[in-house]
Ligand binder design. Sequence first.
Ligand code: HEM
Length: 464
Amino acid sequence: MEWITLILTVSIVIISFHLIFGKSQPSAPPCIRGWIPWFGAAFEFGKAPLHFIQQARAKYGPVFTVVAAGKRLTFVTLNEDFRAFFNSKDVDFEQAVQEPVYNTASISKDSFFKTHPTCISIIKGRLTPGNTAMLSAHLCEEFNDHLESLGSEGSGQLNELIKSVMYPAVMSNLLGRCNSPSSALSRQEFFEKFTTYDDGFEYGSQLPDMFLKEWANSKQWLISLLRNMVANAEDTLYSESYEKTLLQHLTTSVPDKYLPNYGLLLLWASLANAIPITFWAIAFIVSNPEVYKIAMDQISTALGDQDKKKTKVTLDDLQQMPYVKWCIMEGIRLRAPGAITRKVVRPLKLQNYIIPPGDMLMLSPYWAHRNPKYFPDPEDFKPERWEKADLEKNVLLEGFVAFGGGKNQCPGRWYAIMELHMFVALILHKFEFTLLDPVPKPSPLHLVGTQQPDGPCTVRYKHR
Ligand code: HEM
């Protein structure tokens, strides 16, 4: 009995000492666990992840953890912590994305860790602002050709119209002319398979193939297609008179049996984010008469009355349309990716918390762009806020993180900005658009990539 009294007394003294004199130790951030073990808050989170993040931030503060399907997702919402997210040695990009890469492109773990850095350094090198400029003339020809196949007038879903032009044009530009789906039939087949793959990408990145049969079939179909494309790229390496394509640069430097699989990821990265942004930029411009007028004045002045079937848009022309570029940047800001991720590999200090290794660190560009300190009236489409950026020198606005940051920042960002700027100028120069539906809201369902429209957006168009 005396022993028990002694132990209790000593324990109470130690605990009291710590409570009274002990410095408060940094601890884990508030955690939303839900009530089902392992599954955690997956159900509430999955219903509308973007809304969930906003509500959790209001309730739990700037750093919080969500337990969902066995994973711990720790959200970082303060701009002052973004530097650690992008640059800390205690977090890792490749470890965060390896499993999703396996699920979406069937690339083995060993190959990924071995080959990913080389692939990315080639893509980065080929898509610098200077090299991107060299791709612009061919891209313009491709846009012209495919825009002409829309006919002189018609109507349809804006999203589908954009895809029908951008898919083949960008594929030809980055993967080679011989690798663009050429006949109407093969374009349609590619269109269907790629749309299924893209629509299911977010679930596909988290679940094994057996749960997503149709999606997995589309993935396999696309990997076989890419296998042929890699073979074509190798065959035409020395025979085409053009500069080597991005795919050809990869085939010569990355001797890996998974190259077609990397090719699929590159194709997805190059289309999946750019197409929704093109949709939003056109929808925002056309639905806003003042913006539409300013944009059209610049486009008409820069492009003059050239033959509309073969309108040449040079980089000098693009420089004369800064307002159109601001519209693109504002579209990217407002519909930025839901979240980007890193894996915590060593204890990471943020605010007064220690984030444990194994946590997935999450940063939401979508919500970061709604911080009024950096973007006053954040929900408004205000192209003129980009006047403060030095876009000619490739300096974007403070607080803008749509392309991520650090060494894994989007390597296609300069290409994306040039491509979207050119496409929007060209399509608005050739066609007059009328929206037959109100501009839809963004779907709250997506964390991966830029935001998708929540409903249809039918347009009527006719040649100017
Ligand atoms: C508006 C269009 C685009 C947006 C908003 C966007 C955004 C992003 C973001 C947020 C990331 C992850 C960065 C990070 O975690 O820090 C990323 C990665 C990537 N993006 Fe883009 N992107 C766009 C267009 C493109 C285009 C056109 C290409 C190719 C031509 C491209 C190629 C890539 C690749 C290859 C990666 C993976 C990088 C890696 O594995 O390290 N992106 N992009």
